[in-house]
Design a protein. Sequence first.
Length: 499
Amino acid sequence: MSNADKFLDAIEGGFPDGALPDQQVYEHPLVKRYATKEMSFVWSPAMKFTTWRKLWLALATAEQELGLDISDEQLEEMRSNLYNIDFEFAKKKESEFRHDVMGHVHAFGEVAPKAMPIIHLGATSCYVGDNTDIIQIKDAMKLIKRKLVKVISILKEFAVKYRDLPTLGFTHYQPAQLTTVGKRATLWIQDLILDLEKVQREIEDIPMRGVKGTTGTQASFLELFDGDHAKVRQLNKRVCELMGFDRAIPVSGQTYSRKIDYSVLSILSGIAQSAYKMCGDIRLLANLKEVEEPFAKTQIGSSAMAYKRNPMRSERVCSLARYVMTLPTSAANTHANQWFERTLDDSAVRRIILPEGFLATDVILNLLENIADGLHVWPNVVRAHAMAELPFMATEVILMECVKAGGDRQELHEAIRVHSMDAGAVVKGEGKPNDLMERVAKDPLFAAVHSKLDAMIDPILFVGRAPEQVDEFIAEEVDPILEANADLLKIESVDGVNV
């Protein structure tokens, strides 16, 4: 039997029974490979289902305050078992009832039997489900805010350090007027500041669903309080207060408006867009060998090409960002397809897009922090690229100086045009360096500037107000944000970048 036949014999017959038993279930790479402990906790079963219990306790506490027959003993029993969850029991009950909320109502009642009769009193499933979603969204947004501020802080230092390092600007990815490395970084920072403003607004403005009932009419609570509308309004307000919110959404069907999900995911998409643009720039600059992301001593860029230094972290940012940017479309379709007071076709997709949107954005910001903190600039390469194009940009200055010295503008213009075309032909046709300045230096028509040609093509003369713009932007826009969020900058992230 040939080795080829032996190969076919070895792979035929399907997967062997008992082989690799611990590796036969799909693992989500976002969670297994990338997600941070901090953001994973926000969307964890522990966080979700203990928040359900806190919401049931808040509801019972407020109902007691407003006169319902709920004892202190019942409340104490609930308080003592907020974190005592038998997930296997809850799963068993969910299978029995085909209802996740009732499974957990019974799991709570199992450890708080005296409180069982009043757990979930007057509420619908969306009381715990939707309000928990909002709480998780708000907590996740706070974590996103903290990491955004950190990235902005690191990029600020980079922008200041390279405020006056001239570099070739690009429009249409073609050489354009010079800017500075630091000025380019302020463009990245500005995008992130726009994102931060939206994150802060969402944290401040996002409302709880509150206590609304089955179709949003609060009918069950009106029944509990014998038709007392004022007490129902007080109940809604008090539950929000107990859960740390100053308002609930004014009106709802069974759920809060799914337009909120669209707004939230649009903000995350905005962060992803900013990150993609920044890392796209870094990838292009890495190709030019002007700027490189951190590269570990033992890191392998390519399994085949040992010399390569691939911008893998920036590429990962772009990859994850591309996913996050797709999520608002799903949220938009979900909101648009909610019939009347609610349809359940929102449920499955929201279980995916909300956690994954935050998990991926959190990873993106961790990567941006790591990249920005170790971004390496090669000034000599930056200068070489600028000097290769600068002679063409300097022609107008040379022309004006010669005219001021008494030269004929038209004659000078034609001469420098011819020299420029010839120099361009040398660069493109022969692959040689730009020799325009040498041509000008040999032409007696330009004798007025021969002694100062080198000074006239100093790159710093062609960056306009770029260094001053960096200084002004940092002082007027960035520093006030960092000062206002100084406490956040003191918090160290639990996770770093491992791969």
